[in-house]
Write a protein that binds this ligand. Sequence first.
Ligand SMILES: [Zn+2]
Ligand SMILES: [Zn+2]
Length: 263
Amino acid sequence: MTRTTRPTAEAILAAMPELASHARDAVILHPERAEPDHWSSSIGGPLLWPSDEPWPECSLPDVNDDAGSPATAMVPVAQIFRRDVPGSWWPAGIDLLQILWCPNEHWDPPAPQADVSPVLEVRWRRAAAVLSPTTTPPPSPTRFDEDGYLPQACAITAERVTDFPFREELPAELRPRLEELVRETGDGGDVITRLAGWKLGGWPTWHLTHPMVFACDECGTAMTLMFTVASDDETGVVVGRWGDLRIFTCPADHRHGFQVDLH
Ligand SMILES: [Zn+2]
Ligand SMILES: [Zn+2]
């Protein structure tokens, strides 16, 4: 399925072969309102959660409560099964990715969270290890201030794409040619390095700030983009000023911490 209006990767590479060594696989996750179950990949849907594992809560100060009390239950943001979006971003032995967040605005939360943002939690699992999934609905958040942080339940359709880096992540000698190619392609926007939507893998865009490299806290490796949360009407999610929230992870070891960036 192709819904992104963009030349094919082959056409882009034919126009600029030097991009080949900078190409990355990605999957755009197209959301559609639905009633997904625990065993489905979803945005804002129920999670396959072990009944003996506590549901994540947030007790960080937020704009509603300086003390962050009482703790607020997090809400599901995305659940992705490997079978639906196979690719290089899956650590060995892992076949389920779950992302949750606290649906409050936190001005200045501690690292690795982004400022003025929900507070995230990421779980990597082996679905077969969830022997007794919980059947009770998760607790509702006790307070929240932004409807845009409460994703509507959606099924997802995966579209595989080849993603290319924002010009400033390329060697300097390649940037003018990429800029020219972007200008010549599409309808005035950048359809080559700024793919819209929820995305697994690929490259981050840096059209609003200078590119940043996040170094893994635990081993110093440069982190790579793992997941992009987009603002869109279908999920009702709004992050930043109709922006993207990105989760970077350590390519050396998925158990090393993540880093959140709001753009
Ligand atoms: Zn919170
Ligand atoms: Zn690391």
